[in-house]
Design a protein around this ligand. Structure first.
Ligand code: HMG
Length: 384
C-alpha cells in the first residue's frame, strides 16, 4: 500500500524583519546573517498568534467539508505548547470543526515532533486504509533580543493530510534513527526563550545526519547518487548546507552540482521565514517541490533533527502528477508581507505574553489572519 502526503500547506505571520537591517542594528556585518547564517528575512509573530492559531491558519486551507467528515486522527507536533494537559490537537479540532469521532494528540520532541507524527500516521493508515490523518508542526522560535540565536528565530506552521494513495509524495517504509540524551538546546518549563549551546548543537546536527544517512544507505542498499534531492531540518539555511557538504564528500562533480542545486531550491522559503522548529523540514520540502527541478517518481532524502536529541533519515518519492496538484499551494502571499523596522520587531517581541492566571487581551484587532488568539478569560484561552 502506498502511504504519504495528499495535501500540504504552510502559514506564517504577515510581518517580517530584514536580516541585513537586523545585523546592522546589532553592529554585525550583514553578510554574517545573509551568507554566514543564510537568512534573508525573519517572520515576526504577534501576540495574537500562538501555536494553535498558526496551525489552524495553515490547516484551514486544506481542511474542507470532505476532510472535516473524514479525518480520523490529528497529530500536532509542537514545542510551543499552550497547556500542560489539554493538547493543541483538541483546540485545532474545535477551531476547524473536524468531526468529533476523530482522535488527536500533541507530540513533543523539539523539532522532531512532526516527523514522529508522520511515522505514527504511516502505521495508523496501514491498519485503517480509509483513514485521513491531519498533521501539523507549529512553533514560534525565540532565543532573545541581541543573543547569538536571534538571527535564527522565526515561526509558523506546516499542515498536511496523509492518506493511502497520496497525490503528492509517497513516504517509503523504513528509516534510520538516532537518539542521544544531550543538552544542546532545551527550554525548561519556566522559560519562554530557549537555552542553547549553539556551536555544540550545530556539530551534533551534522554528526546525527552523517550517522543516519550512512546507516540508511547501507540498510537500503542505496548510494548518494541514487538521490534526486537531499533536504534538511533548517534552523538556519547554512546549517543544511554544512551537513550537505559532509554528505557529498567524495561524490562526482555532476552528483554534487545536482544535489547542491536542489538544496538551493529547498532553502528558499526557509531563508524568508526563519526557523519553524517542527515545521522547518517540511517548509523546506514545500520549497523544493515548488522551486526545485523534480520529476515524477524522484527520490527525496529527508533529514529530521530535534535537539535533545533525536535524528532521523527517511525517504519519499514524488507521485506522478504531483506538479499539477501543487498548483493549489499558493506561496505568492509571502512576497506581500509587511516589513517592520528592527525597533517595531523588538516591541512586538516584548509584547509577547507571559503565562499568567490574569485576564488579558492580545492585539488581535490588528491581526488580519483567519484564526486569532484573542486573550484569556477565567484562565481559559479565547480563539476567534
Ligand atoms: P554565532 O556564534 O554568532 O555565529 O552564532 P558564528 O560566529 O559561528 O558565525 C556564523 C557563520 O557566519 C560562520 O560560518 C561564520 O564564519 C560566518 P560557519 O563557520 O558556521 O560556516 N560569518 C560570515 N560569513 C560571511 N561574511 C561575514 C561573516 N561573519 C561571520 N562577514 C549560531 C551562530 C548558529 C551558533 C547561533 O545563531 C545559534 O546559537 N543559533 C541557535 C542554535 C541552532 O540553530 N542550532 C542549529 C542546530 S540544533 C537544531 O537544529 C535544533 C533547533 O531547531 C531546535 C529544536 O530542535 O527544537 C535549534
Amino acid at each position: 500500500m502506498d502511504i504519504g502526503i495528499d495535501k500540504l500547506n504552510f502559514f506564517t505571520s504577515d510581518m517580517y524583519v530584514d536580516m541585513g537591517e537586523l545585523a546592522e542594528t546589532r553592529k554585525e556585518d550583514p553578510n554574517k546573517y545573509l551568507i554566514g547564517i543564510g537568512q534573508k528575512k525573519q517572520a515576526v509573530i504577534p501576540n495574537s498568534q500562538d501555536s494553535v492559531t498558526l496551525a489552524a491558519n495553515a490547516a484551514g486551507k486544506i481542511v474542507d467539508d470532505f476532510e472535516r467528515k473524514n479525518i480520523d486522527l490529528i497529530l500536532f507536533g509542537t514545542e510551543s505548547g499552550v497547556d500542560s494537559s489539554k493538547s493543541a490537537a483538541v483546540y485545532l479540532q474545535g477551531l476547524l470543526k473536524i468531526n468529533p469521532q476523530a482522535s488527536g494528540v500533541e507530540l513533543k520532541q523539539a523539532c522532531f515532533g512532526l516527523t514522529a507524527g508522520i511515522q505514527l500516521a504511516m502505521g495508523h493508515i496501514m491498519m485503517n486504509p480509509n483513514s485521513r490523518v491531519l498533521l501539523v508542526g507549529s512553533d514560534i522560535a525565540r532565543y532573545g533580543i541581541n543573543t547569538p540565536g536571534e538571527p535564527t528565530q522565526g515561526g509558523g506552521a506546516v499542515a498536511m493530510i496523509m492518506s493511502a494513495k497520496p497525490s503528492i509524495l509517497k513516504i517509503n517504509p523504513g528509516n534510520a534513527h538516532l537518539t542521544k540524551d544531550i543538552m544542546d538546546f532545551w527550554r525548561p518549563l519556566y522559560r519562554k526563550e530557549a537555552l542553547v549551546d549553539g556551536k555544540y548543537s550545530s556539530r551534533e546536527f551534522i554528526d546525527f545526519f552523517d550517522q543516519t544517512f550512512n546507516e540508511y544507505k547501507e540498510r537500503e542498499n542505496l548510494s548518494t547518487s541514487d538521490f534526486d534531492a537531499l533536504i534538511f531540518h533548517l534552523p538556519y539555511t547554512k546549517m543544511g548546507l554544512k551537513a550537505l557538504r559532509i554528505g557529498l564528500q567524495g561524490e562526482s562533480k555532476e552528483v554534487q552540482q545536482r544535489l547542491f542545486d536542489q538544496f538551493d531550491a529547498s532553502k528558499q522559503l526557509n531563508a524568508e521565514v526563519g526557523n519553524l522548529y517542527t515545521g522547518s523540514l517540511y517548509l523546506s520540502l514545500i520549497s523544493l517541490l515548488k522551486k526545485g527541478k523534480l520529476k515524477d517518481n524522484d527520490l527525496i532524502g529527508l533529514f529530521s533533527y530535534g535537539s535533545g536529541a533525536e535524528g532521523e533519515f527517511f525517504t519519499a518519492n514524488t507521485v506522478p502528477g504531483f506538479k499539477s496538484v501543487l498548483e493549489n499551494l499558493d506561496i505568492s502571499w509571502l512576497d506581500n508581507r509587511r516589513q517592520v523596522t528592527v525597533s517595531e520587531y523588538e516591541d512586538i517581541y516584548k509584547a509577547s505574553l507571559e503565562f499568567t492566571d490574569r485576564n488579558f487581551l492580545t492585539g488581535f484587532k490588528q491581526d488580519k489572519s483567519e484564526f486569532k488568539f484573542m486573550g484569556q478569560t477565567n484562565q481559559q484561552r479565547m480563539y476567534k
